[in-house]
Design a protein around this ligand. Structure first.
Ligand SMILES: [Zn+2]
Length: 268
């Protein structure tokens, strides 16, 4: 007797999780579905066209935890968001906040919360909440999103290291503040490496992967609600980090000045 394994069958019916070796048991949305306005709020305008779904095991399905809602509340309330972000904050996010205890925002989303009048133009001020975001939890959310988008893009699981930079945060540490601006600039001027921008609900979310550079390193830029940017760099397992003199000087606290496209970045 000969036992034949139908490869085609196995490949199609058994999918592995986007984050680990486990067999997938469900599909997960990346980014989470709740970030996209529902038609009941938008009078029928569809902001949920072709949402991205990837296979996930039980452990890595974020929507089974309340991280989705945390992310929605963290991102939709950002003051510089486009009108869709502001609208989403006033509808779905606001309903979610109403269901929570009074101090939910100051405990879970923005610690040391203060309400200030923020100057948004020469004559205009707007009340805004400022505080310290829950970076650890944001990192966990964006790690899932990074792995998920990679899986969606390349149909395989990413193995290596990722680093996350929040373009929308003002870092109190000057070094991170400059590094953030530097990474953003480097991404924006590296046109040759950019792959086409993707995302069928552009006003809510879009992303742009870079092709790997000479070292095999690459990044992805995520944009939520038109303006809220997150940069994630990927270092695949088989890639050695290049010995970058400037980076070494910067990390060691030595004053380093880098000029990029006529802009001066001064570290330390
Ligand atoms: Zn998993």
């Amino acid at each position: 007797m000969r036992l034949e394994v139908d490869n085609d069958f196995t490949n199609k019916s058994i999918q592995k999780c986007y984050m680990c070796e486990n067999i997938a048991t469900s599909q997960e949305h990346v980014p989470p579905k709740c970030l996209f306005p529902e038609q009941k709020d938008t009078r029928g305008i569809d902001f949920r066209k072709n949402l991205i779904k990837i296979p996930s095991c039980d452990i890595h399905n974020m929507s089974k935890s309340d991280d989705d809602e945390f992310l929605m509340l963290s991102l939709s309330g950002i003051i510089t968001n486009n009108i869709i972000g502001q609208f989403h904050f006033l509808t779905k996010s606001n309903r979610a906040i109403q269901r929570k205890s009074k101090d939910f925002i100051s405990k879970q989303i923005l610690k040391n919360l203060k309400v200030v009048d923020l100057k948004i133009s020469e004559k205009q001020f707007k009340p805004a909440a400022i505080g310290h975001p829950n970076i650890e939890r944001l990192n966990s959310c964006f790690e899932h999103i990074a792995y998920g988008l990679y899986y969606h893009e390349y149909n395989t699981r990413f193995e290596g290291e990722i680093k996350i930079f929040y373009g929308f945060l003002e870092y109190t540490d000057q070094y991170f503040q400059t590094l953030k601006k530097f990474i953003k600039k480097r991404f924006d001027i590296d046109d040759e490496l950019k792959l086409p921008k993707k995302g069928d609900n552009n006003l809510v979310f879009n992303y742009e992967f870079q092709k790997p550079d000479n070292f095999g390193l690459f990044s992805v830029k995520l944009v939520f609600y038109g303006t809220t940017e997150i940069f994630i760099s990927f270092k695949p397992e088989n890639v050695k980090e290049p010995v970058d003199l400037a980076m070494m000087l910067m990390k060691n606290g030595i004053k380093t000045i880098i000029n990029l496209d006529n802009e001066r970045f001064e570290f330390n």
